[in-house]
Design a protein. Sequence first.
Length: 497
Amino acid sequence: MSAAQNVVFDKELAPAAPATRLRGTALVEWAVLGALVLAWAWFSYGYIEDDAFIHLEFARSVASGLGFAFGGTVTNGDTAPLWVLFITFFHFFGVEWVVGAKLACTAGLALSVSGAWRLARDLPRERPVHDLLPFFAVALTLLNPYFVHWSFSGMEATAALGLSMWVVWAVFLGTLTAPRALFGASLLAVGPLLRPELLVFAALVAPALLWRFWHAQGTRSPAFRLVWGAALGMVMLLPLCIWCGYALHAFGSLVPNTNMAKRGGAIGAIASRLIPVYLMGFPVTLLLLPFACAWGMWRRHTPAAVLALLLWPTACVAFYLANHTVVQTRYCLLSMPCMTIGVLWLLGRIAPPRLFAGAAAAMLLASVFVIVSIVIPHVRNKEQLREQFAAVSEFIRHNVPAREPVAVFAIGQLEFESRHPLVDLGGITQPQIVPYLNDSAAALRWAKARGARYFAGNSSPEAGAEPVFDVTVPYIGWTLQRALYRGTQSYSVYRLP
């Protein structure tokens, strides 16, 4: 064997150079991505999603001692009670409400990025190319267009994603010690209170946690394993049981109002909306998925963690179809970055290094294209929309009599800032309107019966409605036609006849 070969195969010298290069690569990546995060936090600071204002209104109610109420009315209108409590926690220390939402998003971002890194780092290394997986996992998670969009929006989606990644790491990677099992069980326990889809995730993972813990503790006595198994089961069930008890007592129902308000028509119609949403955010992942599974799993044992990363997004899609859910981008974000990591790991098992790097680069380029084409102008317009809605809120607060409610679909910011009674045309806080959601005339009649004397929207609700205040709002859709983002339309407050 030559001297050069001796160096290559030396057990002490061979790993040193790659480890040094990987550490250097990690430092560069964290510096670049950190700078991008700070730049985006500054650029998007004025953007708060209207649904985030709904969280803020509930949080303000909780802080005032009224419980989960919207506009003074106790209602099961928030699907993320843990997020509400998180924001309330920040406010307890004197943090302003919107700043508290931004800080909560920062924590959610950190949870996702750290989860992606730790999960990808600890997945089995079958080939040297797998050493690159943590770098790609972090970059593709952080730079996914949906992640960028929701990262500082005031919403809980990125935190829910990070929680699921940490659960997969705790349950399926390494020895399931008692502290590790307790960590995973605790995350599974609070997950459904952060996003309802995580109840599906818990149903998938909780049995695996208990099974793997039983076998991991095989040297312990059966009594020890039974006691610990029962304790873990109680940990996983207790927070949800407490919330369900509160929901039954306070609201009279367990299922949030939004479950009905966000439901669409037939499965075909739901699928026709679901497919483009998933393809826009994760085109290369979905394109490579069948090939990665067909060849990456063929005649080989696939780690349970990789299977979990693939099954969780699949279960999410099945849930949305079965529940007839009108899928939004943040719903897709909850699980699909997990699938990206799983697909990349399978490709690392079978593909040459250049093909593996090419696939990751294609994913990254597709993400950057959507960020530049859609996310940046979309968020910029959303920030302008918030400014215009602030003017509408001020008009309502000072000019509309308190005894005359305003019927409106986007209830979050207008209620939070105007403190004026609203009639919810979207069914988030007033589910009685759900049967009329597809009939605008019937919805308006229902709103009038509930006391609405004003209406806020993009067009006149009926003949004889008198516009009393008007603003110009930007286009806020999700489209590749960039010219549309330069368009505007009118948003008015009407006095009903």
